[in-house]
Design a protein around this ligand. Sequence first.
Ligand SMILES: Nc1ncnc2c1ncn2[C@@H]1O[C@H](COP(=O)(O)OP(=O)(O)OP(=O)(O)O)[C@@H](O)[C@H]1O
Ligand SMILES: [Mg+2]
Length: 249
Amino acid sequence: MPASPLHLTGIELLWTAVEDRDEYPFAIAAISHLTTLSLASQVTFFVGENGSGKSTLIEAIAGAAGLSPEGGSRNLNFATRRSDSSLQEHLLLTWHSRPKSWFFLRAESFYNVANAYESLSEPITGYHERSHGEAFLSAIKGHFRGGGLYLLDEPEAALSLVGQLQLLAVLHQLQADHSQFLIATHSPILMAFPGAGIMEMSDSGIRPINYRESEQYLLTRSFLEDPDVFMRHLFVGDPNPRGPSERRP
Ligand SMILES: Nc1ncnc2c1ncn2[C@@H]1O[C@H](COP(=O)(O)OP(=O)(O)OP(=O)(O)O)[C@@H](O)[C@H]1O
Ligand SMILES: [Mg+2]
């Protein structure tokens, strides 16, 4: 059970109005299996291989919630890097309560967001005098509030390990203050957040998994236990870079 009620409790993909299921983004394997997704934790991670559809899904959720697909808050709209996917038009979001504050932050384009704010003379200013990670963390600390809904795409891309630990502390504090997070990530550190829901996106769909059974946890643990074993396999051209203990049939 979440510590406090969620704002966003469910996501449904309404397939009846989808015209072309064979095209992006509906053809992405994990998305093609999506019907309903229940959210049960205040912090939900979306994990999966590169290209499994995490950014596509999180952007579409942000879009369906009325947030700019490039990141930023509801009142910030500007040209986007990625073409808007039509997925958001077919998502039905189920709300328990309206969040007091919203934000969608994509670490890789964070500077664009900071730029847009500067040009709008909004309170996010001075970020270009700081490093990427410093600016990213201070945006989170300065603009994320209790009772909010926050969507993050690979926040670890901007952060050192210590920065990721700081982010865990911020998540903990904001969770206690009734905020909810949806986070696309590859980070086994962020995924360790206690009580978080972890949704794995793969060719067979989107399913909840346990932290200690996740590839991110298992592979990182085996790698750190003995990096040399991995190197030996990688450097002889072994096409399976997972190491001997992680081989799959
Ligand atoms: N605008 C687009 N048009 C067509 N295909 C796209 C578009 N954007 C992404 N794709 C494809 O959709 C799939 C999912 O991409 P997406 O960026 O959602 O993956 P991801 O899980 O976020 O990956 P990563 O871990 O690398 O960030 C990929 O195969 C990608 O090539
Ligand atoms: Mg992505």
